[in-house]
Write a protein that binds this ligand. Structure first.
Ligand SMILES: NC(=O)c1ccc[n+]([C@@H]2O[C@H](COP(=O)([O-])OP(=O)(O)OC[C@H]3O[C@@H](n4cnc5c(N)ncnc54)[C@H](O)[C@@H]3O)[C@@H](O)[C@H]2O)c1
Length: 502
């Protein structure tokens, strides 16, 4: 059995290592980054900070506390401390073989070792390793923290178990593992990308088009289609009623001519100059950082739109959010069940949510901004309702609880990285309404940072009308209310409930 991953080890912390670090930390995985160059510590911390802005906007689903990042130049020390190793050193076979062999002597055999290689074959990489059956290729795409695709490729000695464990881990951190059936140089995506790039080089070389014109030929047309439907499905649509068959008949002859050139052109100084001048003109004076920010912003926005259609990377995002809400609810479930069944002795306000003030939650005053309080209280409500039976299936049946009223009172400040938890009381539940009292506490001293009184109404969503709660849901909420009925109300909460009564 391969390990469950709590700590990820990175071997090589350049562009790709930095991207892996940002993604893993964001979803609560600790990272031990190892690189031969000590100056890469500062670089990787900067790369993680840069990624944060866009990553933070990807979803508002409840995240576990962020992972912690440590750095070392001692590769074997890293290998001994981690549950999964992702190698991201330069693309040179002998170098990768040597370093992977060395690291595999220090990493226990139940630690998966994956390589980010863009095109090398896993059978070659695992040749000199100890326990080579845990080696696989896990090829990501830049920026690793925003693009969900990771190609998984096993070599001759790779165990199915290692591929399964890797797929589980990558799914956990929001990715789409694509299993490549057999190893081929360049895997799937880079082989396709290279074919396109080779044609670009030919056309620039022969002055058929500039780099900008060739990019326009993609971004105004096929690029938009590719975000959700690949070439094959799109061509199936292009063939009319008889789909792909017609498409092949119609365009089959072009494939014989062919339109494209299989050999890459010679990379002469002249061609290199044209490629560089062309892309500099496209950049129009904007720095790489500026363009990266633009790219990251639209990558987030595109995935959020695709989520609405539950397609491609949007389906991955939806599945990730479902997991995050479920994980948050699971954390609360056992405590709720105990409180509901064991009567007054266990009648504590329910500790429903553990969270952490993420750096992006901070406003210009240096503490947690207003609307994040509502998000945290909303997540606590979500965990409670899931326990009571209001889950995704319930919502799909056309019923939900809508917020009627939220009153928040602020008592103390919450600073960046502060660990917090929410306790909740069910104040009242009747045929259609639910009244909750949440308290947000600082974990280090239990101080109440804010309290919220929230009133929800049960609705039939299609009719947009209030409707009676499902009997089983109501019974579970009523059991909680009864168990907590004798608890004294906190003073701040009394103020909120008094105001609400007036
Ligand atoms: N850049 C991309 O778009 C991209 C995309 C997918 C996969 N990849 C693959 O990821 C890998 C890394 O690419 P990159 O672009 O991040 O390269 P990079 O040059 O940015 O980073 C490589 C890092 O490895 C470190 N390094 C070198 N020798 C080392 C050793 N012996 N031990 C530990 N660290 C060592 C270097 O100091 C450097 O920080 C390559 O295999 C590449 O094919 C790259």
């Amino acid at each position: 059995m391969m390990r469950q991953v709590k700590t990820l080890g990175l071997l090589g912390t350049g562009v790709i290592g930095g991207g892996w670090a940002a993604r893993a930390l964001h979803f609560g995985i600790d990272v031990v980054a190892a690189d031969v160059k000590p100056e890469m510590e500062e670089w990787i911390r900067g790369a993680v900070a840069n990624a944060e802005g866009a990553l933070a906007r990807l979803t508002v689903a409840p995240l576990p506390p962020k992972g912690t990042l440590s750095f070392t130049t001692d590769l074997s020390a890293m290998a001994r401390r981690v549950d999964f190793i992702q190698e991201n050193i330069p693309e040179r076979l002998e170098l990768k073989q040597r370093v992977l062999a060395e690291v595999s002597r220090h990493a226990p055999p139940d630690v998966v070792i994956a390589s980010s290689t863009s095109g090398l074959m896993p059978s070659d990489l695992q040749r000199d390793m100890t326990a080579p059956e845990r080696l696989l290729v896990a090829h990501p795409f830049n920026p690793v923290y925003l693009l969900p695709l990771v190609e998984l490729v096993g070599g001759r000695q790779t165990a199915a178990e290692a591929l399964d464990a890797a797929a589980r881990f990558f799914t956990y951190i929001g990715m789409h593992p694509l299993r490549v059936r057999r190893e081929v140089p360049g895997h799937l995506t880079d082989r396709l990308q290279e074919a396109l790039w080779r044609e670009i080089l030919h056309m620039v070389n022969e002055d058929v088009a500039t780099t900008g014109e060739l990019d326009d030929s993609i971004i105004y047309g096929p690029g938009l289609r590719w975000a959700a439907m690949g070439t094959n499905l799109i061509y199936h649509l292009a063939g009319g009623e008889s789909g792909m068959r017609h498409m092949l008949q119609q365009f089959g002859p072009c494939l014989k001519w062919p339109w494209t050139k299989l050999e890459a052109p010679e990379l002469t100084e002249g061609l290199i100059d044209k490629m560089v001048a062309g892309t500099q003109a496209q950049a129009g004076g904007r720095s790489i950082r500026e363009l990266e920010r633009l790219r990251d912003d639209y990558l987030v926005a595109v995935q959020q739109v695709l989520r609405e259609y539950n397609i491609g990377a949007g389906a991955t995002l939806r599945a990730l959010e479902a997991r995050l809400y479920e994980a948050s609810a699971a954390g609360a479930r056992a405590r709720i069940a105990a409180a509901a069944t064991s009567g007054e002795a266990a009648a504590q306000p329910l500790r429903l949510l553990e969270t952490q003030v993420r750096p992006e939650w901070i406003d210009y005053n240096g503490h947690m901004t207003d609307w994040r309080y509502l998000q945290v209280f909303g997540d606590a409500t979500d965990a409670l309702l899931r326990h009571a039976g209001v889950d995704d299936a319930y919502r799909r049946s056309g019923r939900a609880l809508y917020t009627l009223e939220s009153r928040v009172a602020h008592h103390a400040e919450a600073h960046s990285q502060e660990l917090l938890y929410v306790t909740t009381r069910v104040l009242e539940v009747d045929e259609k309404r639910l009244r909750l009292l949440h308290s947000l506490h600082r974990t280090r001293d239990d101080i109440v940072v804010a309290t919220a009184l929230q009133v929800y109404v049960h609705v039939e969503t299609a009719a947009r009308k209030s409707a009676p709660l499902d009997a089983a849901v109501r019974a579970r909420l009523a059991a909680l209310q009864a168990a907590q009925a004798r608890l004294p109300l906190p003073v701040a909460a009394q103020r909120l409930t008094d105001q609400a009564a007036h």
